[in-house]
Design a protein around this ligand. Sequence first.
Ligand code: AMP
Length: 421
Amino acid sequence: MKFTAPRGTKDILPQDIPVWRHIEDTARQTFCIYGFNEIRTPIFESTELFERGIGDDTDIIQKEMYTFLDKGNRSITLRPEGTAPVVRAFLQNKLYSSGQTSKLFYSGPMFRYERPQAGRYRQFHQIGVENLGADHPSADAEVIAMGFHLFEKLKIKNLKVYINSIGDAICRPVVEERIKQFLALNLKNLSPDLQKKFEHKPLRILDSKDEKVQLYLSGMPNMIDSLSQKSKDHFNSVLDYLTTLKIPFEVRPTLVRGLEYYSETVFEIVADDLDGAKNTLCGGGRYDKLVEEFGGPKTPAVGFAFGVERAALLIQKQKKFKTKLSPNFYVAPLGFSQQSRCFKLINDLRKHGIHCEFDYSKTDLKGHLKVANQLSASHAIIYGENEANKKAVLIKDMTTGAQTDMSLRKLPGYLMKLCLL
Ligand code: AMP
């Protein structure tokens, strides 16, 4: 074989599509119930959009972007995440002009040059939501609850919300100082890469994927104590709403997200059945300054994104999804002269929305019935000279073998009823 899919990418094969469609459809329905509308943005954007939005010191910007110069010498990047593009579209199209909050959702491929492993790819798919314009803690709780309800609807088990607050720009220096005091005790044991972040971006150290670092961090003092009263009140109010909605959560003082734009609430929804560090199904939080950073009006915002590959993996692992095959029909012409009539019949049935198949490489009934079996057709529709003279067909139930005569006139209605059974 000459060609294989690029490292870190994978084909989504026909047998995987039903679970993907199920996730996408359930997400759309759920988001619509909560008043979110779909937005679609380009797969590539100017590199600067992500550099400004995500933050220079993040792994995404430093190591993971698919960046290239286009033929016009512009620096272009395949989107590594969906929030910066949605905020760009929100501003460019003045979606803020109604004065209402904009509740948006998106879905599509994202690209990060990461080390590929189970549940982590270089092209992966995210579905995400953004509530732009809402500063009330109920908006944080609303998106968390919506994500949680979506995964419950998908019958994903053992879900938990990890939540933390990293405070706003005013109390962030205090939070960072606290973290530095703790990390200073063990600085020499951190990798040179992490040591570089110590001075200016200590929060990024908390985001390290290194298990030893994470173990050490588990002893860190609670960041919540260093928050301003305003940030504490916001966070406690989010927790109260979650308690009211009976969403199981755990405050995780070391939780920060890998994107620089977050402020105040950050959260993850995790599922125990995803392994180790990759058990995060969904990540999100508040980003009150990003719209202003991009030159827009003051617009507090909150959102999340989840990985479709990880959701599909869980659903398949937990065996929560059974594909219900709608009965399909195989149309068998008896004799070469009937092929053209059958072709017309198949076309008419398909126009009625009936799924039927044929295979004209077969010429005798035995061959046709074999193909009908291979395709798992529920019924074969046999159409020979005799049937044509009577303006009828013979329907053979492929499970029981029972045969029924049916007039051509009544055939579409009869098959449609079978599809409903
Ligand atoms: P993030 O955009 O990093 O906050 O990630 C949000 C969610 O997207 C994660 O919880 C994962 O489910 C998914 N995700 C992020 N990166 C990858 C990746 N490289 N491969 C597969 N899924 C990913």
